[in-house]
Write a protein that binds this ligand. Sequence first.
Ligand code: F6P
Length: 521
Amino acid sequence: MDDLAAAWSTLEVAAQADRAVRIEDRFKAEAARMGRLTLDAAGLGIDLSKQAWSLAGLDAALALAKAAGLDDARRRLFGGEAINTSEGRPALHMALRAPATATFMAQGKSVMADVEAMRQRMAGFANGIRSGQIAAVDGAPFTSILHIGIGGSDLGPRLLWDGLKPLKPQIGVRFLANVDGGDFAQAAAELDPARTLVIVVSKTFTTQETLANATAARAWLAAAVGEAGVSKHLAAVSTALDKTAAFGVADARVFGFWDWVGGRYSLWSSVSLSCAIALGWEVFSQFLAGAAAMDEHFQTAPFERNAPVLLALAQIYNRNGLGRGARSVVPYAYRLRRLPAFLQQLEMESNGKSIGLDGARVGHATAPVVFGGEGSNVQHAYFQAMHQGTDIVPTEFVAMAATDEGPGGMHDKLLSNVLAQAEALMVGRKNPPRAPRTFDGDRPSGLILLPRLDPHSLGALITLYEHKTFVEGVVWGINSFDQWGVELGKEMANAILEDLVGRGSKPHDPSTAALINRLKN
Ligand code: F6P
């Protein structure tokens, strides 16, 4: 048995042994538990002491990370090597948030000059729009942005905007992702085209949903400001500059990025141009600085005190040691309510893989199903099953220690709920008055505590999750930076569209063929 196989087997044995002891009983048995499983990283407080593992289990997980080559993989990630092997590209999104003096290289070529030049262009454009120097065709300032994009070109900027938007923004951002006339019609009804800047965001500039919305938005603009005025109301973000030109966006209004930035890791780039404009460049810069602080932590902290590493290992322990097939993420913060949706793409698109880096099927489970919602709302929805259901689903709580928003006393109530849920999941209820009130407890959870929700802490939080996802990919032996599984659906949708609108007639399975017929008629 090689070192890696031996480390997997030690983890499985430790997890089996851990099943026999309740989580709450470990605190007495393990004097070092709180010290080893609580830590601070880039301003965030992390508590993994209510997770299912014993300290022996933690040590087995740390040994697994080492045996899987995490040290070397992290060096190759930050060194700009082509770790996305199926596409032959680095994954160097860390360069986008690094200070201009950093020395990131993509496959041996320095990238910081290009990154900094793009940041300067973004800042200039953002400042110009905010000051009114770059104005609508009638010379008046823009008051709204329509951000068109999907997946990685939508979820990150949406989370950023919701997280940090002012209560009364000078410029509002409306996101449009779905190829659904209902969403487009709603956006068009909400916005005044004469005061709106449309930003089309697509890494590839081939995505069906985005191009359909962009074409419709262009026509919507033209009807209001005239064909000649459209260019003043349009900008694009992409790596495919030939395609943005073909769509009719002037080069001066195109903000590029690079193929070493994956879609779901792109919110640090010009993909967040809408947010950089509407939040202001200073806020966006602080967001990048928070991310850079977490990069620094991930690179320098020893594995046993490294937040992304420990978060990943807790999940690996639950997933592979204990067979938990799902993970629930619950931000107790209205402004972070889109975090579960963002993490679904980050974790499930990155690590929802069954073929390993060596081309063979992996021998263990990979990304669990990630779901969640805003606390405390979810307590009144799916949490019944979390407490008493037959499946044990580990939960990750995210909370803010303090906030300046809202009436006094409200935040304490929110915090009391998140702490109560974590305690109730672990402790359960003994000696219930009646059988249906039995709570077994012993259900694991973790907590991430932001001092408050500000640009720095949000940048650090998202980066924590990015590196957690990377660590899991390394231990699972998969490429976290491609997404071939999404391609088949895209290809088939294009083929079925041909059949639906009457020009094509491809063979389909009987169910799909019947549905196409029904819809055509
Ligand atoms: O969902 C699949 C995907 O390829 C994602 O990886 C990507 O974030 C999204 O589509 C949008 O792609 P693009 O930015 O190229 O329009």
